[in-house]
Design a binder for this molecule. Structure first.
Ligand code: HEM
Length: 127
């Protein structure tokens, strides 16, 4: 509905350009390898499969999932916000139509980021 692989490519390239250039995303940038080119190739393929399109990334990496990929990283709330913010900006800059679906994609990814962040324990036992 959003335009297929070229749109995911454009969004991912803009996302990593923003992460690389804007100091607002410095914490997130520092978590990534110096060379972003593997992620520039990987993320659009991942997003395409995640969104219901071609599943090449999932077929090439049957052993990888969101949990295993991100397990080595301690994702703070601010790093999660930076990921979500950069992605929502990238989507807005590429501006695929229909806007309603593009906005929904940004919101769902932001919810996913929030769920991936480490949190202090809830309802700690205080006795
Ligand atoms: C919550 C905030 C997030 C942080 C801090 C984060 C951070 C990272 C880091 C540091 C890597 C390794 C990159 C490298 O080695 O250079 C990575 C890999 C990856 N991330 Fe995230 N990530 C986040 C959210 C997401 C979300 C929401 C998605 C997708 C919807 C995603 C998809 C991926 C994929 C597909 C890879 C690995 C690709 C591959 O190995 O083929 N990440 N992430």
């Amino acid at each position: 509905m959003l335009g297929g692989m070229p749109v995911f490519e454009a969004i991912a390239q803009r996302f990593y350009d923003l992460m690389d250039e804007d100091p607002a995303y410095a914490e997130l940038r520092a978590m990534h390898a110096a060379d972003l080119s593997p992620m520039r190739e990987s993320l659009p393929q991942f997003l395409a499969g995640w969104a219901g399109g071609p599943r090449d990334w999932f077929e090439a990496h049957p052993d990888r999932c969101m949990m295993s990929i991100h397990k080595p990283f301690r994702i703070t709330a601010s790093a999660a916000d930076q990921w979500a913010g950069a992605m929502q900006r990238a989507i807005a800059d590429v501006a695929p139509e229909p806007k309603r679906i593009a906005d929904a994609m940004g919101e769902i990814l932001a919810d996913l980021c929030a769920a991936m962040a480490v949190r202090p324990p809830q309802n700690p036992v205080t006795s």
